[in-house]
Design a binder for this molecule. Structure first.
Ligand code: AMP
Ligand code: GLY
Length: 423
C-alpha cells in the first residue's frame, strides 16, 4: 500500500522509519519531510498545513493511509478533509483536536468531568486577568489558549512575572490570535510525565511510559523548548498510578467529549504532573509527542500500519503492542540560541557514520538537503536515539554518536534520563 506521513520533524522521521519496516508499505511519502525522511520515503514539497494541497496529492497518488504528525494540520481539519474524499487517515478530526487547539475548551471539558488539573480561570480582557493575578501569591502559569508552537505557556514564580506574561500575550500579542483567550492557572509542583495512548471509539491503549525534557538547560533549567530529549521506559508513573490515570483522567475526558458529540480517534497525549495529591493534567495533545516518539518507535516491535488501521476501524481491542524490553534514549541536538533566535543553513557532518553505531538511529528534525550536503533548517536539528541493555548504556551510545556529528553551534543536554538514572 501507499502511505503518506505529514510533517517534517523528528517525530515524522521516526514514524517514517518505523513504517518503512512494514512489509505492507510498498511506497512511502513524507510531506514535506526532511533530509532524514528522504532516505526512506519520497519527500513531497507541500506544506503540512496546506490541507487542500495534501488532499489533492493524496487523491492523485491514490494514497491508502495518511498519518498526520503535527497538531496544526489536525486542528485545521486535515483528517476530516481526507475522510471526506474517502482517504483513510490516522489522527483525530478537527472537533477532537480542539483538546489541544483550545486550552480554555480543554479546561472546561476537564472541569465538567472532574478530571484532576490545575485550578484555572479564563480571561479575554487584560485588565481582568491582571486584577485576578495581583490577588494571587503563589506560582502562576499563564497560557495562550490557542496553538503557539509550544511557546505560549509561561511559568511564573510570582504575580509580577505573571503580569509581564499577560502583557506579552494580551497587550503585545506575541502569539497573535492564539492569545485572544488566556488561561491563568496555579503552578503545579511534582514530576512531569507524558502518557501516550491510542484511542478509538471503544478502547484506550496506553503506550509504554516516556519522559520528555522540556527545559533547554541541564538540570531542567532555562526556558522551555519543544523537548530536548526523551527516554522510555520510565519508572514513573508506576502501574497503580497508570491505572489511575486511565480511569480518572483518560476515560472521563473521552466520555466528556462524547457527550459533546465528539469522537476521539487517534493518538492522545496527556502531559501530567505527578503531584503529592495524585496525577494532574497539564495539557492534552492530539498527536504523538516529539521527541517521545523517537524512543517509542525504536522500542515498538508491532507493525505500525496494523495499529493505525485498527484505530481507524475501531478495532483497537484486537491489537496488542509488543515492545523491546531494552530502554531507548533520544538526545536532541539543537542550533545555538534555540528556543530563541537561531541561525540555519549550517552544514551537518558525520550523521551517516554515527548512524552505523549499533542500535543507534540518527533521526533528523530540522535538516534539509542542499546539493550533496545536509544543512540545518530548524531549532531542533537531530534526535540521536539508541537502545541499550540499560538506560545508561543507551545514553552512552547516544553520546558516542553525538561526538561523531558536527555542525556549527550544535548544542545538546548531557543529562537526558537523569531522574531515572538517579534512582
Ligand atoms: P503545556 O503546553 O500546557 O503542557 O505547558 C508546557 C509546559 O509548561 C509543561 O510541559 C510544563 O512543564 C509547564 N506547565 C504547564 N502548566 C503548568 C502548571 N500548571 N504548573 C507547572 N508547570 C506547568
Ligand atoms: N514533547 C512535547 C510535545 O510533543 O508536545
Amino acid at each position: 500500500m501507499k502511505v503518506l506521513v505529514v510533517g517534517s520533524g523528528g517525530r515524522e522521521h521516526a514514524l517514517v522509519w518505523k513504517l518503512a519496516q512494514s512489509k505492507r508499505a510498498k511506497r512511502l511519502f513524507c510531506a514535506p519531510g526532511n533530509a532524514g525522511t528522504l532516505a526512506l520515503a519520497e519527500n513531497v514539497d507541500l506544506r503540512a498545513n496546506d490541507v487542500l494541497a495534501i488532499v489533492s496529492f493524496a487523491r492523485k497518488e491514490k494514497i491508502n493511509l495518511v498519518v498526520v504528525g503535527p497538531e496544526d494540520p489536525l486542528c485545521l481539519g486535515l483528517v476530516d478533509a481526507l475522510s471526506g474524499v474517502g482517504i483513510r487517515a490516522f489522527g483525530p478530526m478537527k472537533a477532537a483536536a480542539k483538546i489541544e487547539a483550545d486550552k480554555a475548551f480543554c479546561k472546561q471539558i476537564m472541569q465538567q468531568s472532574s478530571v484532576p488539573t490545575a485550578d484555572a480561570r479564563v480571561f479575554t480582557q487584560f485588565r481582568d486577568a491582571r486584577t485576578y493575578v495581583a490577588t494571587r501569591d503563589a506560582g502562576i502559569v499563564v497560557k495562550a489558549s490557542g496553538l503557539a508552537q509550544g511557546k505560549g505557556v509561561i511559568v511564573c514564580d510570582d504575580p509580577a512575572d505573571a503580569i509581564l506574561a499577560l502583557e506579552r500575550i494580551m497587550v503585545r500579542r506575541e502569539f497573535g490570535a492564539a492569545g485572544d483567550i488566556v488561561v491563568v492557572e496555579e503552578k503545579l509542583v511534582g514530576t512531569e510525565v507524558s502518557v501516550l495512548a491510542f484511542v478509538d471509539e471503544h478502547t484506550i491503549y496506553l503506550m509504554e511510559n516516556t519522559q520528555d525534557h522540556k527545559a533547554v538547560g541541564e538540570g531542567d533549567t532555562g526556558p522551555n523548548t519543544g523537548g530536548m530529549g526523551a527516554y522510555s521506559p520510565t519508572p514513573l508513573p508506576d502501574d497503580k498510578t497508570l491505572r489511575q490515570i486511565e480511569a480518572e483522567i483518560l476515560v472521563p475526558v473521552i466520555d466528556a467529549l462524547k457527550r459533546e458529540g465528539v469522537t476521539y480517534r487517534g493518538l492522545l497525549y496527556a502531559g501530567l504532573m505527578l503531584t503529592p495529591g495524585g496525577p494532574k493534567v497539564l495539557e492534552f495533545n492530539c498527536r504523538f509527542g516529539d521527541p517521545e516518539t523517537q524512543p517509542l518507535m525504536m522500542r515498538l516491535k508491532t507493525d505500525l500500519i496494523s495499529v493505525f488501521e485498527a484505530v481507524i476501524d475501531n478495532k483497537l481491542d484486537t491489537v496488542s503492542l509488543e515492545w523491546d524490553p531494552r530502554p531507548a534514549v533520544c538526545v536532541v541536538m539543537s542550533s545555538a540560541g534555540y528556543p530563541g533566535a537561531y541561525e540555519s543553513g549550517k552544514e551537518v557532518l558525520g550523521v551517516e557514520e554515527a548512524g552505523r553505531l549499533p542500535d543507534t538511529v540518527v533521526f533528523h528534525a530540522g535538516t534539509r538537503r542542499s546539493g550533496e550536503k545536509i544543512v540545518t533548517s530548524g531549532g531542533r536539528v537531530l534526535g540521536v536515539t539508541a537502545l541499550g541493555d540499560t538506560l545508561q548504556e543507551a545514553r552512552d551510545r547516544c553520546h558516542r554518536a553525538i561526538d561523531m556529528i558536527r555542525f556549527d553551534g550544535a548544542y545538546h543536554r548531557r543529562d537526558i534520563g537523569h531522574k531515572a538514572l538517579a534512582k
